[in-house]
Design a protein around this ligand. Structure first.
Ligand SMILES: [Zn+2]
Length: 670
């Protein structure tokens, strides 16, 4: 059955079908016999059932199916990323064992859909990898055959944006790495990318270890991590270097929102972007103007608007568009590729789209929520219903927003989709029952993203199945540099795939979903396009409506830096835009003598340092104000001085009465 030899990396060369992808096929399994007895013992209790959310399925949901066949055991290991698996905070990071009865799977008669083409082909899977693809395959004995006639076979979805068990206000997002990834698999998503997001002042490396410790023992599917940069210092810069070099991180998220919590200032943002560029990572931003939101939300409370609608009203979409534009501008100055997480509004989407047309390297990620529903729910009379939609940035009240975002996604202006899955139950949302500012931000999506995008994108005729694959998996794999290991059906790729029935329908409901949360923002939506069979890392996890997941079986997938899809033209662009010194002959004429006089006049005029900053022309020889000097600044208070204007300190002169002012007297009939 399972090959006892390590899975060797196929050589990948430039100009091959996929081009070179560093480490995409790194060794993933060890020979039998390398596992310790301790690991064998620990593996058994990990086999878990999933009866909770769907009691009607209970009788069929056996632990991992295929019991009693006693097949050879394969050990899958988490790639060595240098993380200590012995740390006390990490309860269970051991490699997991699963039965390999399912390790040989033959999928017959389906239509394979990749992002660039689709074709009829059979697929043979062994040891978690696609081994053969085509027709008239010669299949070894003992393979399980799945009939896929009339169905599509697509790469498993990659959700680029989740927050499983995110700590928030003393509580945690209620879907953890177990229920969250279980739900993902149920909906046809076979990989998530979650965010490491710790407090200001916490080492990014320590935060990373903490998240690995939470995720590794619980994940039912493969996962990767982005790391949030919630503060800035030279230390943080070094931590980014370490995480990129040793820990498999190639994406860092910065916040322009959440003032005093996660927000970076523009100069810090610039430094963070520079660092990302230096290490070959992609910078991500949560783009909203945190200063404005802080002010506007106070205004709402003062006006007595304390309900969930206040959350939307204090964050008009211009606040998102402005921050999106600002992030793009700053990233461009740093020549750093940028990824805008959760594009929620038409105006922000337009900013991304037009920046791309100007040549900026920027990617836009609408999410299931912004593509599938809108902000009119914030006005719902039911507090729980309205609060259930609270997320940042908010859903937009303009009901044409989802369709508009889908148009841009279908046509390449936006590239990739996530969910921002971050779920809180009614009692957790109720922390903000009297003040919308305290409602935990977040909605569901990880389970329903694939169906919602199919329904709103493909079923409406806006995108074809290839584009659906591009925006649900392939582009994510390319951006985060795990392509074609993920995001493609090809020989050598991971066997993460979904048999998709475009004609089947299902109705989304919190009553039947697999997530832990008690609410679903897509409640009642009928979706065409259903994941009928889901295979993750070669294991059949969903078949005949039955979900068979194994807690802790998912692997951490390192994301290497310098993704070609992202960085391919950065060097060329930098070179083309390099500042050029103009070579000219030195000026040989006379230069006015000012050094001594200037010093004298300065003291004579009692110009203090702050005032100096205001002057763009020196004082006159007699120490007076140069009349060419601007008397005001657009920068206003607080930029260079504590005063509004440079001469605020001068005595105020009462008004002068002018009997006959220029232009004539103001008394008259008009
Ligand atoms: Zn998020």
């Amino acid at each position: 059955m399972a090959s006892p030899s390590p899975h060797k990396s196929p050589a990948r060369v430039k100009n091959s079908m996929f081009g070179f992808v560093p480490d995409a096929f790194g060794a993933k399994s060890l020979p039998l016999g390398q596992e310790s007895p301790r690991r064998r013992q620990q593996a058994a209790p990990k086999m878990q059932d999933t009866p909770d959310a769907a009691p009607e399925k209970k009788p069929e949901e056996k632990s991992d199916g295929q019991n009693g066949e006693a097949p050879p055991v394969e050990e899958t290991i988490v790639p060595d990323t240098g993380v200590s698996t012995e740390a006390p905070a990490v309860p269970c990071l051991d490699p997991v064992i699963y039965e390999s009865a399912q390790s040989r799977v033959f999928i017959k008669g389906g239509r394979v859909v990749n992002d660039d083409c689709s074709f009829d082909a059979d697929i043979y899977i062994e040891d978690g990898v696609i081994k053969q693809l085509g027709t008239n395959l010669i299949i070894p004995g003992g393979a399980k055959t799945i009939e896929a006639k009339g169905k599509m076979i697509i790469p498993g979805g990659i959700d680029t944006h989740t927050h499983m068990q995110l700590p928030f206000m003393g509580t945690f997002a209620c879907d953890d790495f177990y229920t969250g990834t279980k739900a993902a698999l149920a909906g046809g998503t076979t990989m998530i990318i979650d965010f490491v997001l710790d407090q200001k002042g916490v080492s990014l490396v320590e935060a990373y270890d903490k998240w690995r410790g939470w995720a590794d023992p619980k994940v039912c599917c493969d996962y990767a991590l982005h790391v949030g940069v919630t503060w800035w210092s030279d230390e943080v810069a070094k931590q980014i270097e370490e995480l990129t070099r040793d820990k498999g991180i190639n994406s860092y998220k910065m916040f322009l929102a959440y003032k005093d919590v996660f927000m970076l200032n523009d100069d810090e943002l610039y430094k963070a972007f520079r660092k990302c560029k230096e290490v070959g990572a992609i910078a991500q931003v949560h783009a909203e103007n945190g200063h404005l939101i802080a002010e506007k939300s106070k205004e709402m409370i003062d006006m007595g608007i304390t309900g969930p609608e206040g959350h939307m009203l204090c964050r008009p979409e211009e606040v998102e568009a402005e921050a999106t534009q600002r992030a793009i501008t700053i990233a461009d100055q740093a020549n750093c590729p940028l990824y805008i997480v959760h594009v929620m509004s038409k105006s922000a989407a337009k900013v991304v789209s037009s920046a791309r047309k100007k040549g900026n390297i920027v990617f836009g990620e609408p999410i299931a929520a912004s593509l599938g529903t809108d902000g009119t729910h914030y006005n719902n009379k039911c507090w729980r219903h309205a609060a259930g939609h609270v997320m940042g940035p908010p859903l937009r009240p303009d009901p044409t927003t989802p369709g508009y975002l889908m148009d841009l996604l279908a046509n390449g202006d936006l590239q990739v989709t996530g969910t921002d899955n971050c779920t809180f139950n009614a009692d957790q949302k109720a922390l903000g029952a009297d003040d919308f500012r305290k409602i935990p931000n977040g909605v569901n999506g990880v389970e329903d993203r694939m169906s919602v995008i199919w329904e709103k994108g493909v079923h409406t005729g806006k995108m074809d199945p290839c584009r659906f694959v591009a925006v649900t998996s392939t582009n994510a794999a390319k951006i985060f540099n795990i392509y074609p290991r993920k995001g493609r059906i090809a020989v050598g790729s991971d066997a993460d795939l979904v048999i998709w029935n475009p004609n089947a329908t299902r109705v989304i409901s919190a009553k039947t979903h697999h997530q832990a949360v008690d609410f679903n923002i897509f409640e009642g939506m009928e979706c065409h396009g259903v994941a009928e069979v889901v295979i993750a890392n070669g294991r059949i996890v969903l078949e005949d409506g039955q979900l068979h997941v194994v807690q802790g079986i998912g692997r951490f997938i390192p994301t290497p830096p310098n993704a070609e899809f992202v960085y391919g033209r950065v060097a060329g662009r930098e070179n083309a835009k390099k500042p050029q010194k103009v070579e000219r002959e030195a000026y040989g004429g006379p230069v006015v003598e000012i050094s001594k006089t200037a010093q004298q006049t300065e003291s004579a005029a009692h110009v203090d340092k702050e005032e100096q900053a205001f002057h763009n022309r020196p004082p006159t020889r007699s120490g007076g104000r140069n009349l060419q000097d601007s008397s005001f600044t657009l920068a206003g208070k607080g930029i260079n001085t504590h005063r509004d204007q440079f001469d605020d300190s001068r005595p105020y002169r009462p008004h002068t009465r002018s009997v006959n002012p220029p232009g004539g007297a103001s008394q008259g009939l008009w």
